[in-house]
Ligand binder design. Structure first.
Ligand SMILES: Cc1cc2nc3c(=O)[nH]c(=O)nc-3n(C[C@H](O)[C@H](O)[C@H](O)COP(=O)(O)OP(=O)(O)OC[C@H]3O[C@@H](n4cnc5c(N)ncnc54)[C@H](O)[C@@H]3O)c2cc1C
Ligand code: FES
Length: 367
């Protein structure tokens, strides 16, 4: 209970600061929300580029020649069959979004991780993968005037920022971008050469500050704050959770308001046990009504599937939006990274794969 209370207060404060929604989502009526495509398409690997000892870039294209368009900052959900099991994970596009014929994802191996190990070790040109998306609303808002953008990245968190940097430097000729990029060692820097080339192609407009643990010592909020420019009009933040927490502290210490900061979380949310008692769930889908019981700790998706409702799903970790349903009545707690847009949240959408009821709930699911 105390742990849940702590999480709720933290998320509420972050929600009020405009970073992520508060965990308690209450809806009494249904409002319209945009639909999402959830069909898996087959893509083929065009190229595999080794970026570091444990990171690869995988370039994908549609074998029928269809576009693979995305907005810089968005991610795709990759589906692969690994040792007989279907696995889906989200990966941000890192390539230049102006090339609409292909998209590159960049994957850093996580120790013991199924998909990241598979892609780092076994991805080869010609191999096919399933693909959903693009999804997500991590993006730089449009600006009419030149600006100073501050990007803070850690490890694989550079991937969406790389796509945004490429696009912004090309589209806004007088905008400056400062990138503070934290890694353990120089050898771990993803896109080391590509970043240098991008800086050389835009003289005086891209400043890169490499922050390396083995040379500069352990990262702290104080050491990070020293690199942050308070005049930045927009701040992008993506990296491991502990590094993002330090960055928030450092940004606050430099007087940069949270409203200017856009975050992308890569890590699947932990699974709070929201309800200590079972909750009743009513699912409306295509004119049919199904009643289910959500056991303590289970999600709306767990209960719906167990009751035989063919709910849509993809990543099953709050990353892709495929499982979005409309909360018509009741309350859920939902620790989703960054998938739903503000409009979807306002429209009552919740992600069934990470939403856990704290009261009897009714949801409307797409057919
Ligand atoms: C919106 C979004 C965008 C993402 N974009 C990228 C990207 O561009 N590049 C990239 O490399 N990854 C990205 N990720 C992370 C990616 O989706 C996977 O979570 C990651 O590759 C691990 O998957 P896995 O199957 O290898 O590990 P799993 O088999 O799922 O997990 C193995 C172990 O690793 C831990 N773990 C899982 N994910 C992480 C993580 N991210 N960091 C540390 N430990 C972890 C798990 O708790 C578990 O103990 C993104 C995630 C999200 C939600
Ligand atoms: S299945 Fe991807 S967000 Fe729920």
């Amino acid at each position: 209970m105390l742990e849940q209370l702590r999480r709720d207060v933290t998320m509420l404060v972050r929600g009020l600061a405009g970073r992520t929604p508060p965990p308690l989502v209450k809806r009494m009526e249904r409002r319209a929300a945009p639909a999402r495509g959830v069909a898996v398409r087959t893509v083929v690997i065009e190229a595999v580029t080794r970026e570091t000892a444990d990171a690869v870039s995988v370039t994908l294209r549609d074998p029928r020649g269809a576009e693979l368009a995305f907005t810089p900052g968005q991610f795709f959900t990759i589906e692969a069959t690994i040792d007989g099991a279907r696995v889906r994970r989200a990966y941000s596009a890192s390539s230049d979004a102006r090339d609409r014929g292909r998209a590159t994802i960049t994957v850093k191996r996580v120790a013991g991780g199924r998909m990241s190990t598979f892609l780092c070790e076994r991805a080869t040109p010609g191999m096919t993968l399933g693909l959903l998306g693009p999804s997500g609303d991590f993006a730089l808002p449009a600006a009419a005037a030149p600006r100073h953008v501050l990007a803070i990245a850690g490890g694989s968190g550079i991937t969406p920022i790389m796509a945004i940097a490429r696009a912004t430097l090309a589209a806004e000729p007088a905008t400056r971008l400062t990138l503070v990029y934290a890694n353990r060692t120089r050898a771990a820097i993803i896109f080391a050469d590509a970043l240098d080339q991008l800086a050389a192609a835009h003289p005086g407009r891209l400043t890169i500050v490499h922050r390396l643990d083995d040379i500069d010592g352990e990262l702290t909020a104080d050491t990070l704050a020293a690199h942050l420019a308070p005049d930045a009009s927009d701040v992008l933040l993506c990296g491991p959770d502990p590094m993002m927490a330090l960055a928030r502290e450092a940004l606050a210490a430099r007087g940069i308001p949270a409203a200017r900061v856009r975050e992308e979380r890569f890590f699947a949310p932990s699974c709070p046990t929201a309800a200590t008692t079972a909750q009743a769930l009513t699912i409306r889908r295509g004119g049919a009504i199904t009643r289910a019981i959500v056991r303590p700790g289970d999600t709306l998706l767990d209960a719906g599937l167990a009751a035989g409702v063919p709910l849509k799903l993809s990543c099953a970790m709050g990353g892709c939006g495929a499982c979005a349903v409309t909360l018509v009545d009741g309350e859920v707690t939902m620790d989703e990274p960054n998938c739903l847009t503000a409009a979807e949240r306002a429209g009552g959408k919740v992600l069934a794969c990470v939403a856990r009821p704290v009261s009897p709930c009714t949801v409307e699911a797409p057919t």
